[in-house]
Design a binder for this molecule. Structure first.
Ligand code: SF4
Length: 256
């Protein structure tokens, strides 16, 4: 489907919002009906603060991480593409036990093209290691947006919407057993809420029939040591659920 693209710059706010809503709904409709892999969304700009991800099961079957990563590296679907050094599609194993989702690349990730490689990334690796997980063996690490927001600001809703098809495709390709949202932005995006991370963390909920747990972003833990203990409680909850989901993991963790 091709969209007419009226110039919305001089429209009153409500009219512009309606046009954005129609574009967004048309985009999601295309995904559900045709499995379009290339189209990228637009934020509705209305009361709803968080864009909706397309449903993973309806996305193209002949998709692969290699195809997706090549598209991410070329993508200019939102303004974040203009200023990046490197896009950061994500890394880890296929069919991971856990898909870890952060908010977006920082400076070191932007420079290297790899997710979670700075101090926060090292802490994330240690957190995962404490419960028998790693990006080398049984996790995949991705972000809600694949290009660095300037000055490490939060990604904007329209940027999240534009990048959402990539995350939806990663879910469809990877088929993780569970999702771990690292931080507020990822949790709010997947759970489609504006609730704070303090309320969202620590309880296993569901995203498209997958168990989802949210915890604090490692950067937040580095800034505030008092978050270490609740983050550890979250990791224990993650380990307990994974032990139910996967007998091999349960054996390795001595929970069989
Ligand atoms: S953040 Fe996502 S949608 Fe925006 S340019 Fe990068 S890959 Fe494309």
């Amino acid at each position: 489907m091709h969209f007419d693209t009226p110039d919305t710059r001089n429209l009153p706010l409500k009219a512009e919002q309606k046009i954005r809503l129609v574009r967004f709904l048309e985009l999601i409709g295309d995904y559900l009906r045709d499995g379009h892999a290339q189209q990228h969304g637009a934020y509705t700009g209305m009361d709803d603060p968080v864009p909706v991800l397309p449903v993973a099961e309806t996305l193209p079957r002949a998709d692969s991480l290699e195809v997706l990563e090549a598209e991410v590296r070329e993508c200019q679907a939102c303004p974040l593409g203009r200023n990046r050094i490197k896009a950061v599609p994500g890394e880890g194993v296929l069919r991971p036990l856990v898909l870890v989702i952060g908010e977006g690349p920082g400076a070191e990730e932007d420079a290297s093209g790899r997710p979670f490689v700075g101090r926060a990334g090292q802490l994330l690796d240690r957190m995962l290691d404490a419960v028998g997980l790693s990006r080398e063996q049984n996790c995949f690490i991705a972000n809600v947006v694949k290009c660095r927001p300037p000055n490490n600001r939060d990604p904007q809703p329209e940027e999240i919407a534009a990048c959402a098809p990539f995350l939806a495709r990663q879910l469809a390709i990877l088929k993780p057993r569970m999702i771990l949202c690292a931080g507020r932005v990822a949790a709010q995006t997947l759970l489609h809420t504006s609730e704070g991370i303090g309320r969202l963390r620590g309880q296993v909920t569901e995203y498209q029939d997958l168990p989802l747990l949210a915890t604090y972003h490692p950067s937040a833990i580095l800034r505030d040591e008092s978050l270490k203990r609740p983050a550890w409680e979250d990791l224990k909850a993650l380990r307990a659920r994974l032990a139910v989901l996967d007998a091999g993991y349960a054996r390795d963790q001595g929970e069989a």
